[in-house]
Design a binder for this molecule. Structure first.
Ligand code: ADP
Ligand code: GN1
Ligand code: MG
Length: 357
């Protein structure tokens, strides 16, 4: 997008600026012009096919959160996202099918945490995601659209991998036989959360479904969790998706695409810290099955992400943004190394959960 195009798009949104006389000068006329800060995002319409449904979800969820935050005496402009409508009252602006934009209020005085994080950060992230889920516990889940169908349906993700292997669109299948074998060796346990949701033993809840640590903003000064962002995948799901996915990245000693696998381990201290924070908000709402599957969920979400990277690699890198050749393969190997380490530590993780409860 050129600067001119961006300005034209921005001009579609209802962005208030105010102007007031300022100071006590004797010579010039001085005015203070204030505009809050905003975030503008181009929605990826290759992935989110229905911006209407997507933005309906986000608006309904944030309006619901806003009421609860106000009732609790909080600051809704910081503690949840605020959708800024267009001048004609729409939730987004469509320039053309590929260029669909939305605007949020910028959440001020916060920081994102990318790769280097401490157990204290993980504790705060656990509180943040747990609190988000707790506040949404009585949101009518049937009102939510499925913005990406079967997003965390791991068995369907495995089927997609098998299709990608058979089609071998990028001609890469021969070179990743070890990764394919590892992926297919895990299928026995990989359907456990989906099966629990289907037979009703795991409750369907409003879940975020993309609980990467950089999808929560922390207060710049205190380091406390302020706002859960990136609400595109808020859908009906299991709390195990959110718990597991947060630790997939939050519990790793290295970045998601680190290629030196000797640096990639699962950190039990970070697991414990996140679990303590999360359970401080959610403990009383969880059933026994949910609690017992918490360690497995970390392995599951890491495995699922690994097979998604592998599938995309086989398909010729059409889904995830890549920044170098074989980036998706590097990410896949990294995730599978973590899966192996989590598997080795699963019994210890179960003990940690027991001690937190
Ligand atoms: P993506 O889906 O590409 O991950 P996000 O919605 O997570 O996009 O936004 C990318 C980054 O932009 C976030 O990690 C955060 O640093 C910043 N960001 C997004 N929304 C806001 C906001 N409302 N206020 C402040 N920063 C934001
Ligand atoms: C994507 O959008 P972002 O970067 O927060 C992906 C997640 C993956 C993650 C892997 C909509 O998350 O599901 O776990 O990358 N989001 C979507 O880093 O597919
Ligand atoms: Mg994000």
């Amino acid at each position: 997008m050129t600067q001119k195009q961006l300005n034209e798009i921005l001009d579609q949104f209802d962005i208030p600026a105010s102007i007031t006389p300022y100071g006590n000068g004797h010579i010039n006329d001085t005015y203070l012009v204030t505009t809050p800060m905003y975030i503008m995002q181009r929605i990826n319409t290759n992935i989110f096919k229905s911006p209407d449904e997507l933005m309906d979800n986000i608006e309904n969820v944030t309006a619901f959160l806003r009421e609860k935050i106000v009732a609790a005496g909080g600051n809704p402009d910081r503690e949840t996202l605020t959708v800024i409508p267009t001048k004609d009252g729409k939730k987004y602006y469509r320039l053309d099918d590929q260029n669909v934009f939305r605007v949020y209020l910028f959440v001020v005085d916060t920081k994102s945490i990318e790769n280097s994080k401490t157990p204290e950060d993980l504790f705060e992230a656990g509180v943040g995601f747990g609190h988000f889920q707790m506040l949404l516990a009585d949101f009518p889940v049937e009102k939510l659209y499925e913005t990406i169908k079967d997003f965390h349906h791991t068995p369907k993700r495995i089927e997609a991998l098998k299709t990608a292997i058979a089609e071998n669109k990028a001609g890469r299948a021969d070179s990743v036989q070890d990764e394919i074998k590892f992926a297919l060796d895990q299928v026995e346990w990989a359907g456990s959360v989906v099966a629990g949701l289907e037979d009703g033993s795991i409750p369907v809840r409003v879940t975020h479904n993309d609980t990467k640590i950089n999808n929560i903003l922390f207060d710049q000064e205190t380091g406390k969790a302020v706002c859960v962002i990136d609400l595109d995948t808020v859908m009906p799901g299991s709390m195990l998706y959110d718990f597991g996915d947060a630790l997939r990245m939050g519990g790793s000693t290295a970045a998601e695409d680190e290629t030196d696998l000797d640096k990639v381990w699962f950190d039990k201290e970070c697991f414990e810290a996140f679990a303590k924070g999360y359970l401080s908000e959610m403990k009383d709402s969880l059933n026994e099955k949910e609690i017992s599957l918490m360690p497995l969920s970390v392995k599951l979400m890491t495995y699922e992400c690994g097979i998604r990277f592998l599938t995309d690699y086989l398909n010729g890198d059409t889904y995830f943004k890549i920044h170098r050749e074989h980036h998706n393969l590097d990410r896949c190997r990294n995730q599978f190394k973590l899966v192996a380490d989590i598997t080795a530590k699963e019994a210890e993780l179960a003990k940690i959960i027991k001690s937190c409860i």
